[in-house]
Design a binder for this molecule. Structure first.
Ligand SMILES: *[C@@H]1O[C@H](CO)[C@@H](O)[C@H](O)[C@H]1NC(C)=O
Ligand SMILES: *[C@@H]1O[C@H](CO)[C@@H](O)[C@H](O)[C@H]1NC(C)=O
Ligand SMILES: *[C@@H]1O[C@H](CO)[C@@H](O)[C@H](O)[C@H]1NC(C)=O
Ligand SMILES: *[C@@H]1O[C@H](CO)[C@@H](O)[C@H](O)[C@H]1NC(C)=O
Ligand SMILES: CC(=O)N[C@H]1CO[C@H](CO)[C@@H](O)[C@@H]1O
Length: 438
């Protein structure tokens, strides 16, 4: 009797072991749903690996995980991402960027014209909707969703190359403030790229997911997203495991470009002091701008950075004389950078206060603060936020990749590779309005 039991027992144990070992040695299923972050300035694509539970942000052939959201039309080809940026200077009229600012948006009379003035390409008003006029390979117009589709097609191809499989389905993120029309046009862009969209998720919710906040006990999450040109602050509330956007505020004219601009003004003034004339040649200003940008990035990690740029200065007094070649050098400290930008940095707090007021929440009631966007790497900005709340923000995830990582997790959930059988992670809030400071 005892012997029989033990024989049956070992058969069962054997079956279990075989199953377990089989699972160990069978290749894990490949992800088949991708996560897309179609950003205003950069795009990324990520996947959730069911086997390891890892989130992977997919790189291009050169190892880059962020692709500039730019598309250039030439007589020969349509260039996307870095390739577009590389030729943008030569053909600015046919290089379209910032298309996300126009997608699915109906502009009131006059507003589109006002908005388009700062772009080198031509924006056409088609009954309130934006279209871009292209003058390569003949003359034609393209829609913002067509630009989006070319970017998404590149993301799709990067994923297919990495996974060595065809990809048909995706989850995509959009700003929390996007209305139904903007969401529909974003879905259409993906459809044009041959992708079916299984879910649209808000960017702040995605960022919170990148930190695993959908799995832990938190109620109030504040997401600060400071990119190249815009600030978005969102207050999320978790109800029954689902995120709900309680309040939104922002500043659509505040970001990394403004901080660089202050440093560029400073450097230009230093050239004027040292040589009596400011740089005037386009190529010189371009090089100075690049050096300033590099210095700004270095100041995040180092207390000081050097700017060294050869310049060709024109002598005002002797107009006909050849430009003088000089090597302009200046060392900027982090403290100087902070002083030059302190008033801009302080502007970050206004929308933070607004979302707290609209959410009827004290700052002590915010459980987690999530920082998104490259400019939140700036030490002074992190300090400003941690001092305001009296606690450290969550910064362990790369702020440029937090959104795509969260979208990839949602893609894993939609692909059925998630241990929990949930599909929705957020409750839509159709009545929300965004307060804008600018
Ligand atoms: C140029 O235009 C022709 C005709 O419209 C089209 O078939 C072709 O694909 C275009 N080429 C590029 C590179 O856009
Ligand atoms: C232009 O837009 C208005 C309102 O959105 C609509 O009523 C009208 O039919 C549109 N006209 C055309 C030509 O599409
Ligand atoms: C968006 O798309 C959905 C599904 O196709 C449709 O039911 C809805 O009417 C669309 N809304 C707008 C504002 O275009
Ligand atoms: C930034 O840092 C890198 C590596 O530390 C260095 O090579 C580069 O010269 C620095 N640039 C500036 C502008 O300080
Ligand atoms: C400061 C900090 O790191 N806070 C939190 C970041 O998010 C995790 C949850 O994933 C918390 O456990 C940390 O305390």
């Amino acid at each position: 009797m005892a012997g029989e039991v033990s024989i049956i027992g070992s058969v069962i144990l054997g079956l279990f072991l075989a199953g377990y070992l089989g699972q160990q040695y069978l290749p894990p299923p490949k992800p088949h749903v991708i996560g897309l972050d179609l950003g205003t300035t950069f795009c990324s694509v990520g996947v959730f690996h069911p086997g390891s539970g890892e989130v992977e942000v997919i790189a291009d052939e050169e190892g880059r995980t962020s692709i500039p959201s730019a598309v250039t039309f030439t007589d020969m080809a349509v260039l996307v991402g870095h390739e577009a940026v590389d030729v943008a200077d030569k053909d600015p009229q046919n290089t379209i960027y910032d298309a996300k600012r126009f997608i699915g948006k109906i502009f009131a009379p006059g507003l589109l014209e006002q908005e388009s003035r700062r772009y080198p390409f031509k924006v056409i008003n088609n009954n309130g909707s934006a279209e871009f006029a292209i003058t390569a390979n003949g003359s034609f117009t393209v829609t913002p969703e067509f630009i989006g589709s070319r970017l998404l097609l590149k993301m799709k191809k990067m994923a297919e190359r990495r996974l060595d499989a065809l990809v048909r389905s995706a989850v995509i993120s959009v700003p929390a403030e996007f209305d139904e029309t903007q969401r529909n046009h974003t879905i259409r862009a993906a459809n044009l790229a041959g992708l079916e969209i299984l879910r649209v998720i808000n960017e702040p919710t995605a960022a919170a997911m990148a930190y695993g906040l959908h799995k832990v006990d938190v109620f109030n999450v504040l997401v600060v997203d400071l990119g190249g040109g815009t600030l978005d602050v969102s207050l999320l509330n978790k109800q029954g495991g689902m995120f709900f956007t309680r309040a939104m505020a922002g500043n659509n004219k505040l970001g990394g470009q403004d901080f660089s601009q202050r440093l560029l003004q400073y450097a230009t003034e230093r050239v004027r002091q040292e040589y009596g004339v400011p740089p005037t040649l386009k190529a010189d200003i371009h090089r100075l701008r690049q050096a300033v940008e590099a210095a700004k990035l270095n100041l995040t990690l180092q207390p000081s950075a050097a700017i060294r740029v050869p310049l060709h200065l024109l002598d005002n007094a002797a107009e006909s004389s050849a430009p003088a070649k000089v090597l302009f050098q200046v060392t900027v400290t982090r403290q100087l950078f902070e002083e030059l930008n302190e008033d801009l940095f302080q502007k970050i707090l206004a929308p933070v206060e607004t979302v707290l007021a609209e959410g009827h929440l004290g700052k002590a009631e915010v459980d987690e603060i999530v920082l998104v966007g490259g400019s939140t790497r700036i030490p002074r900005i992190r300090r400003l936020i941690s001092e305001y709340f009296g606690k450290e923000p969550n910064t362990s995830v790369d702020p440029d990749l937090a959104v795509v990582m969260g979208v990839a997790i949602q893609a894993g959930i939609m692909g059925g590779s998630w241990p929990l059988q949930v599909s929705a992670i957020e409750i839509p809030n159709r009545h929300l309005r965004k307060t804008n400071f600018s």
